[in-house]
Design a protein around this ligand. Structure first.
Ligand code: T3D
Length: 263
């Protein structure tokens, strides 16, 4: 199942996807972005995958766009930037946020530019204490993409979003945690075990309900209370017909732990 630039494995109900271009800090070229899209499609389609874990190989999570691809050092014509965004990043961010399974991101090192914002698109962001986040776009004369201008103000508020996006400075993992940008910080050697344990725990949970909950929380970001109440009612109608709902209530009544199947 291994591919050139994305490592893929399934363990304990978790689809483990590893960005694998360590020599260039896992920066995204077209091939890696398309492979990652395909890997998320596979995770969406497979019934035995009930959570996803995304991480990077080597010392970085991802340095964002491979700058040699858009501006080759030999002066030849590079890829057109807005086409890269349309083909590589926007479809990727849509896949991560629309996936009705939880996505855990283990940020093992620097996450810059699109690399940072792809991490922020995930549901749980865990970082190594040595990791950092850089909205690197402004440092090369670009604007944040890959959802950065959407996620940042919602996660940390407008003042800090402006600090990060306009100054393009490096934020340590500890600062990111303090800002509320990420979920947890771990010692580097504990990052992967902790992220795997969280993903495996999520994979044992009622997947359908988790997916619908993710949908409702995302919808709330451009909704009002009335629409949200109606959405909750509609989603509850779906969840309450699930096998896991029956199992959850039965297990409660029989005073035992539920065994959820994700259906
Ligand atoms: O199409 C479009 O352009 C639009 C889409 C934009 C989305 C974006 O992501 S824009 C932002 C692009 N990313 C950046 O601007 C970050 C560039 N990289 C850095 O600023 C630094 O590399 C880091 C802060 C991430 C890490 O610094 P450091 O000192 O730990 O590592 P380094 O020495 O700079 O990099 C190590 C190697 O990776 C080096 O190669 P070498 O010299 O060993 O052969 C470096 O060139 C390479 N590398 C790092 N980032 C990229 C890269 N190669 C290509 N593209 C990169 N983004």
């Amino acid at each position: 199942m291994a591919t050139e630039s994305i490592g893929r494995a399934v363990r304990d109900g978790v689809g483990v996807l590893t960005l694998n271009r360590p020599d260039v800090l896992n920066s995204f070229n077209r091939a890696m972005a398309l492979e990652l899209q395909a890997a998320f499609d596979e995770c969406a389609a497979r019934g035995d995958v009930r959570a996803v874990l995304l991480t990077g190989a080597g010392r970085a999570f991802s340095a964002g766009q491979d700058l040699a691809e858009v501006m080759p050092p030999d002066g030849s014509a590079g890829a057109e930037v807005s086409a890269v965004i349309a083909e590589s990043y926007n479809p990727l961010v849509r896949r991560i946020t629309a996936l009705e399974k939880p996505v855990v991101c283990a940020v093992n090192g620097v996450a810059a530019g699109a690399g940072a914002n792809i991490a922020l698109a995930c549901d749980f962001v865990l970082a190594a204490r040595s990791a950092s986040f850089i909205q690197a776009f402004v440092n090369i004369g670009l604007v944040p993409d890959s959802g950065g201008t959407f996620f940042l103000p919602r996660l940390v508020g407008m003042a800090r979003a402006k600090q990060l996006a306009l100054l393009g400075e490096r934020l340590t993992a500890e600062q990111a945690l303090f800002f509320g940008l990420i979920f947890a910080v771990h010692e580097p050697d504990r990052l992967l075990p902790e992220a795997e344990a969280l993903a495996a725990r999520l994979a044992q949970m009622p997947t359908l309900a988790l997916g619908l909950t993710k949908r409702a929380l995302h919808a709330s970001q451009d909704s009002d209370l009335e629409r949200q109440l109606e959405l909750e009612r509609a989603l509850q109608a779906i969840a309450s017909k699930s096998h896991d709902y029956r199992e959850g209530v039965k297990a409660f009544q029989e005073k035992r732990k539920p065994k959820f199947s994700g259906r």
